[in-house]
Each structure stands twice: as C-alpha cells, then as structure tokens.
Design a protein around this ligand. Structure first.
Ligand SMILES: Nc1nc2c(c(=O)[nH]1)N[C@H]1C(S)=C(S)[C@@H](COP(=O)(O)OP(=O)(O)OC[C@H]3O[C@@H](n4cnc5c(=O)[nH]c(N)nc54)[C@H](O)[C@@H]3O)O[C@H]1N2
Ligand SMILES: Nc1nc2c(c(=O)[nH]1)N[C@H]1C(S)=C(S)[C@@H](COP(=O)(O)OP(=O)(O)OC[C@H]3O[C@@H](n4cnc5c(=O)[nH]c(N)nc54)[C@H](O)[C@@H]3O)O[C@H]1N2
Ligand SMILES: [Mo]
Length: 765
C-alpha cells in the first residue's frame, strides 16, 4: 500500500523508510511535480525544529511585559510542557479577566500546512472562541483589495477564483490572451490545501500549441511560463497598469469598438465611466498619450492593442500582485470594465480572469468538491482588523479606521497568539513591526521551526509537521482526497496543535467545547462524514471513511468539466443575476460611490500610487522594487532546504536588475548589493537580466529575516524591511507591498555572517 502526503506544493508518495528514514517522491500521476517538497525531510530543516517548549529569558524572570525591546534578541529557557502550558493558560486567563477578550489578538494569519484538520489557523480560532473570543482578522495578504471591491462589482473573490474559464476551453476558443503581470507558472506550484495535478504549465503550452497569441504587459518579461518564449512583451511601469487599461477603453470608445448591447444588457454604470474616459467628467481625456506619460507604454502600442482586442476572441487577465499595491482595487475594477466593453464575458475563451497563474486552482477543470473543515465555533466577540493593519493596531489602540464603507476602532491588545504564520516574513516594513511588537505584554507562538517570529515570541510551543500526524488532504478544484498518514515520529517533544489547544482548554475550563470529546481519529471520521454527505448532495460519491483511509487516495477526476466563467449570467442575466445590488456587472457602483472615499470613488480610476516611478520620492529612490512570490519555496517555508539554498548566491537572496541600472551603479553579476530606502536596508546578490525593464528591480519574498542586532541591516535579503506598510485604500485597507521605491548600491564592506538559520541562544534557569 502506498502512503501519501499532501503539501501546498504537491502530492508526494512516502517511500518506505531506509536507514536515513523515509523519502518523498512525486506522485506518479502528477504531470509537472514541484521539486519544492522533495526536501521536506532534509537534515538542515530538521536541525531548525523547535524541540521543546521555550520561554524568553526576560519574560520568565520579569513576567508579562518584561523588557519588550529584547524580543528577538533575548535568550530562551527550555521548560517542560506542563510548565509551559500553565504559563500560557495562566496568562490568557489573566488577560481575559483583567482586560477582556477584546485584548487578545489571535487572527494568526498564515498558510501553515496542508491537511484540513490540523489547519493551525482553524485550530487557534476554535480554541480562542471556546475560551471566550479573540480579535480576528478579515481578508488576506493575497487578496486584500480584491476581496473587498469585487463583491461590489461582480462577485466574491472565492467564487470568482473557483469559476474561471478552464485551460482546455481557452486552448479551443481564445485567440488573444492579454495578461497584466504574466501567468507566473512558478506560483502555480501552489494551491492552499495541496496540489494533485500541476496543470498550469500544461494549460499554457496547449494554448500556445493551438496558436493563441500572448501579450504580456508589465515590468517583467519572463513570467509567462512555456508561452513566454513567443509572447509579446509590453514593458509597463509598475503600478500604472490601470492607466493603460483606461486608455485601451478610451480607444474602444473613440473608434466605436465597444459592445453597447452587452453593456446595456449585462452592466450598469457604463455612462459614468464613459464620461470619465472621454474627460467630460474631469477635463482629462484618458487618451493613449495620457497613459504613455504615466506608464511608458507607447501610445501607438495601446491603440493597436485595443483594435486587436476588439477584433479577436480576447481574454484579459490580471495577476493578484497588481491589487497588492496602492489603489489595488483599480486594476481589478478597470480590467473587468474593459472586458465588459469588449462584450465577450461569458463567451468561451473570452472575457477576463483575475489570477491565472496565481495558484493551481485558477483555470482548473476539476470539480468543486467540498473538503473537510473544522468549525471555528461562533465568534466570542465581534472585533476584527483588516489583516494587514496589524502594526497599526498594535501602535494605535483606540484609533479609528474605515473598512468597506464602515468605521471601526482598533482594540487595545495585551496578548498575541500566533499559530501557523510568520508575520516577520509576511508583514511590510519590518522595522515598524518590530516597534509595534513591543506593545503586547505576552506573545505566544506555536511553531515547527525557529523562524524569526518564533525568535520574537515570549513563549514558543513546538508543533508537529504533517508527516508526524494523521490528517485528511483536500483543496478547492483539485483532483484528489488524500489520507495523510503519520510517517515519522514527532521531532523532539513536538505536539500537534490540536493537542496543545486541547491541553490549554482543559486548563481554561473549556475542554468539552473545544474537543467535543473526540481524539484526532474521531475528528477525521466526523469531518470526513460531514463533507461526504454534502458532496453526495452534489452528485459526487465518496467511499466511506474506512475504505478511503485504506485506499489512501480518492480520485475525483471523473467529475472534471470544462468551464466558462459567467456563462449562465451572460446568456440570461435576468434568470442568473449576480450578487451585486443591480444583479449586473457594476462598472459604476452607487454603493461604493456612496462611501464617499476620495481614494476609491464609484468607478475605476487612475490615482497616483503612494510611491512610483513618477513620484517625487523617485528622485531619491529611483528604482521600483517588486517583491514577488519566491520560485523555490512557499513564502518563508523550507527556506533552509537545499532547493531554496541553491537559488542563493553567497547565501544571499538574488535581486534581478536591468543591466543598464547595474552599470550606472557599478554593479556586476553576482555582486553583493545593499538595497535601501528610509524604512530599512538589506543585502542581496545581483543578477543582471534584460527580462526586467530599466528602473525596476525584483527581490522575491521569503528569505528568513536576519537583522543585524545593532544596525538593523537585514543580511539575508528579506524585502519586507523595505516595503511600505500603508493600506491599498481606505476602502479595503489591503496590503500594498508592491508599492515600494528603493536605491541600490554595490556593497563594499566585508560580507557579514548570515545569522538567519542560527538557533536562538538557550540558557538554563
Ligand atoms: N513584500 C511582500 N510581502 C508579502 C507578499 C508579497 O507579495 N510581497 N505576499 C504576501 C502573501 S500573498 C502571503 S499569503 C503572506 C504569507 O505569509 P505566511 O503565510 O505567514 O508565510 P509562511 O512562510 O507560509 O508561514 C507559515 C508558517 O507556519 C508554520 N507552520 C506550518 N505548518 C504549521 C503547523 O502545522 N502548525 C504550526 N503551529 N505552524 C505551522 C511554518 O513553519 C511557517 O513559519 O506573505 C505576504 N507578504
Ligand atoms: N512558488 C511559490 N508560489 C506561490 C507562492 C509562493 O510563496 N511560492 N505564494 C502563493 C500565494 S500566497 C499567492 S497570494 C500567490 C500570489 O500570486 P501573485 O500575486 O500573482 O504573484 P507575484 O509573484 O507576487 O506577482 C506576479 C507577477 O506580477 C508582477 N508584477 C508585480 N507588480 C506588478 C505591477 O504593478 N504590474 C504588472 N503588470 N505586473 C506586476 C511580478 O513581477 C510577478 O511576475 O502566489 C502563490 N504561489
Ligand atoms: Mo497569498
């Protein structure tokens, strides 16, 4: 019997244990397996495991709130589980009695691991609700702006994501595929919850073979996978895509190429948008020349592209990165408005996509099967923050913020609980986060590895990995249900998050609520039975639990189906209305206009980003830094694996630069450089390439944060010491990491030692 394990980056077979323990090999039916997961058991990763509960020395000696500025520098004292659990439960109880549950933040954002029961975020949320409640977060770093704007315009992002036109349909019907931000195949290695068949490279290749023409608009050329080789590249300044989209719309109107029938039948608000495009509304016509001055895209290119789009079966795509920016709502709203003007939404191979390439599920033809989900229980308290406002919340308790047209107030946080995320990877402006991180009295982290977040905690509890526990693997629009059986014993004294929270809830008097008197296998049976019944109602039969657990895998591919996004709606909007107030696509939204937000009015607009190549700041920091997803790992996960390390130079993360920008600064290939702005500084190693436009640099995320204790210089190449911690807009408060200017210089000093993968210092009592 084959044993399987599922990770966000793929399905692997667990080969029988040799002397060195079991090894992972790619699943036999995966056409394009990711190498990322092959190294999950590498000794270098095992070395970095948290082995015993540990407490920050100053906290242990001085109690909650002691010497918070030493977080991230202090030594740790290892203690027994019993003692650690008493400290954590005791402090949760102290804070909830003294300040109320509104003073506990357990939003705990992060991808954690695949495996649906041991999903760390669900576990910590369920536990904290059982214990009276916690301040949660809404939305994600992935899709902060999109999640908020899209329901006003067309439909929620989750629904959109799961209903994209499939690759097979595009290969058959699309003639012209125009993508802003490419289709980054490196990113499609992932799907939250796990990938069975990697399908995006294959999908793009089939389109290319069928003769589809590709146009890639953006600062980076090489993000279109197999189709990239003969794609046209239109270099466009970062964060200016909206201006190009508006000008494309302007040309359609000027040449009467827009589909008035579709606009009247399926949309509302085109008239207001039209007056904006023509300049009747604000005196500025959004002409190709106007857009050229902003974006550097030649006016003639915009004109001919608009004509080709109108003359072909055209699909327009935007990458998620584009909304992870200042005014990130606008490119998404603008691309949908533009697709509506072309009138091909709902036709096979036409219309738009919001994120082909961002993850394996987008464009998948697998069925939408319901997976097992652990209930997080009823929210104990109503308080929340938009996820990327964590530092604002900690620094400004009581300050007001707006979200989706409503006003709220930041709570006063005393205790932070994190399980399954790495804020010292994912948040922007890490020097600011470090200051904010000094505010809480106690920070508890469940972790597998000694990450920067673990090192910045007061109490660290060691968690198991997927290979050390039993679980069920499943993800949206994937081909398999997977029985993930424990393959190895836990490292050190690591425990499952579930067992940690069960022990804490026993101490806090809410064990029955949290556990419902079930052990792990009891939960797996229950969750499986629940989703089996739901799927049955949708015509998808799953075997019973014992058969599933014995077989190890359930193949769902017999339910595959070709998909065309919004086909039913476009064919008959009366009978299949959208969830928007009008039931139509809202090119102008009265509701959004009613919020009266200057940075997000009632239709798509161009607004200058907080930082961009056309801004004053560019005089001092003349390079736009893109901080995209890393090709060789998921975020910060597995950064110490051989596959991730092989992508580094002298142990530093590579930064991609145009040769002209490098030459102007005396920087040569592989040279160590310093990247800096007013927020921070880091080192990286230069790679020179014509695949990136002049004025732009690209440093992927995920190098483990490695600040020099005295100067704050990050020695490893973590771009979040440089990025901007400001909201996309007052509508969404989304993450705007892609809005960031820097300067780069050759590093002339001695290369400092890398400390990212050092263990913390442990001391005795
Ligand atoms: N500059 C910039 N920053 C970005 C982005 C960007 O584009 N640019 N992208 C953003 C995006 S889209 C995202 S989604 C975030 C991702 O940010 P995160 O999701 O926070 O990043 P990960 O490295 O995946 O962190 C997951 C952590 O959970 C731990 N973990 C895994 N499994 C378990 C478990 O079972 N139990 C416990 N207790 N812990 C576990 C891992 O060891 C790891 O430390 O980053 C964001 N940050
Ligand atoms: N290997 C790997 N895959 C991943 C992840 C990972 O960590 N590793 N993370 C996953 C997660 S959590 C998410 S949310 C998705 C994110 O998916 P995305 O947000 O789409 O991914 P990014 O890699 O940040 O950016 C995609 C492309 O957009 C380009 N780009 C950036 N800014 C602009 C701009 O202003 N205009 C234009 N035209 N292009 C721009 C970048 O250069 C990059 O090539 O990826 C997922 N896939
Ligand atoms: Mo994400």
């Amino acid at each position: 019997m084959t044993n399987y394990t599922l990770s966000h980056w793929g399905l692997y077979e667990v080969a029988p244990a040799g002397d060195a323990g079991p090894a992972l090999v790619p699943f036999r039916d995966d056409p394009d397996p990711s190498p990322i997961g092959l190294h999950a058991l590498d000794p270098e990763l095992t070395r970095l495991r948290v082995r015993r509960p540990a407490i920050r020395e100053s906290w242990l000696r001085g109690g909650p709130g002691a010497v918070p500025e030493r977080r991230g520098r202090d030594a740790f004292v290892e203690v027994s589980w019993g003692e650690a659990l008493d400290f954590v439960a005791g402090d949760i109880d102290r804070v909830r009695r003294q300040f109320g549950n509104r003073s506990i933040f357990a939003g705990s954002y992060g991808w954690s691991s695949a495996g649906r029961f041991h999903h760390a975020q669900s576990q910590v949320h369920r536990f904290m609700n059982a214990a009276g409640g916690y301040v949660r977060h809404v939305d994600s770093y992935s899709l902060g702006a999109a999640n908020v704007i899209l329901p006003h315009v067309v439909a929620g992002m989750d629904d959109m994501m799961a209903s994209h036109t499939s690759w097979d349909v595009m290969a058959r019907h699309t003639e012209l595929f125009v993508t802003f931000g490419g289709v980054p195949v490196k990113n499609a290695q992932m799907n939250a919850g796990g990938v069975g068949h990697h399908g995006v490279a294959k999908g793009l290749a089939a389109m290319r073979d069928a003769g589809v023409r590709f146009v890639n608009i953006g600062p980076v050329r090489d993000n279109l996978g197999a189709a990239g080789t003969d794609a046209e590249w239109i270099a466009c300044r970062p964060n200016t895509d909206t201006a190009v989209m508006l000008a494309l719309g302007y040309v359609l109107i000027a040449e009467a190429l827009h589909d008035r029938k579709f606009l009247a039948r399926c949309c509302v608000g085109f008239e207001q948008f039209e007056t904006y495009l023509t300049g009747a509304a604000d005196g500025v016509a959004k002409t190709p020349e106007w857009a050229e001055a902003i974006s550097d895209v030649p006016a003639a290119t915009i004109i001919s592209l608009a004509r080709r789009m109108a003359a072909s079966r055209t699909l327009l795509n935007v990458s998620w990165s584009m909304q992870r920016a200042s005014h990130g709502e606008q490119p998404f709203w603008a691309v949908i408005s533009l697709a509506a003007m072309l009138g091909q939404i709902g036709l096979p191979g036409g219309g738009f996509g919001v994120g082909y390439g961002a993850a394996n599920l987008v464009g998948s033809s697998h069925a939408r099967v319901k997976g097992p989900t652990l209930s997080q229980l009823r929210a104990g308290i109503p308080d929340f923050i938009p996820v990327a406002r964590i530092a604002d919340m900690l620094l400004q308790p009581g300050a007001p913020f707006t979200y989706n047209g409503q006003s709220y107030v930041y709570p006063d946080i005393r205790l932070v609980y994190w399980a399954g995320g790495n804020p010292f990877h994912h948040h922007q402006d890490l020097n600011r986060l470090r200051r904010a991180w000094q505010k809480p009295e106690t920070i508890v982290v469940n972790e597998q590895y000694w990450t920067a977040t673990a090192k910045h905690a007061d109490i660290v509890l060691p968690a198991t990995t997927t290979l050390e526990r039993d679980d069920i693997g499943s993800a949206t629009l994937e081909a398999y249900f997977v029985a993930m059986k424990r393959a190895i014993p836990p490292a050190g004294e690591a425990r499952d998050d579930y067992d940690i929270f069960a022990a804490l809830s026993a101490r806090l008097g809410c064990a029955a609520t949290f556990t419902e008197n079930l052990d792990t296998m009891g939960w797996l049976r229950r969750l499986y039975a629940e989703c089996r019944q739901i799927n049955q109602g949708r015509g998808i039969d799953l075997p019973d639990f014992d058969d599933f657990w014995r077989a190890g895998i359930v193949d769902l591919t017999s339910h595959d189906r070709p998909a065309t996004m919004l086909a039913d709606f476009a064919a008959d909007p009366q009978s299949h209305p959208l969830g928007t107030p009008s039931g139509r696509i809202e090119i102008h939204s009265d509701r959004v206009a009613g919020f009266a937000l200057p940075d997000c009015p009632g239709h798509a607009v161009w607004r200058e980003p907080a930082e961009w190549l056309g801004s004053e700041t560019a005089k001092r920091f003349p390079l736009h830094l893109l901080t995209d997803q890393p090709a060789r790992r998921l975020h910060s996960q597995l950064d110490a694996s051989p596959h991730s390390l092989a992508g580094k130079i002298a142990g530093r993360e590579p930064i991609y630069l145009n040769p002209a920008d490098a030459a102007a600064r005396g920087i040569s290939q592989d040279q160590i450089v310093e990247i800096f702005n007013d927020r921070g500084r880091c080192l990286a190693a230069a790679i020179l390439t014509d695949d990136i436009m002049p004025g732009v640099a690209r440093l992927s995320t995920g190098a483990w944060y490695d600040p020099d204790p005295d100067t704050g210089l990050d020695r490893h190449g973590n771009p979040n010491v440089l990025t901007l911690d400001a909201p996309a807009s007052s509508l969404s408060q989304g993450c705007s990491a892609q809005t960031c200017l820097v300067e780069i210089a050759a590093w002339r000093g001695e290369l400092p030692r890398l400390g990212a993968f050092d263990m913390p210092v442990f001391v005795g009592r």
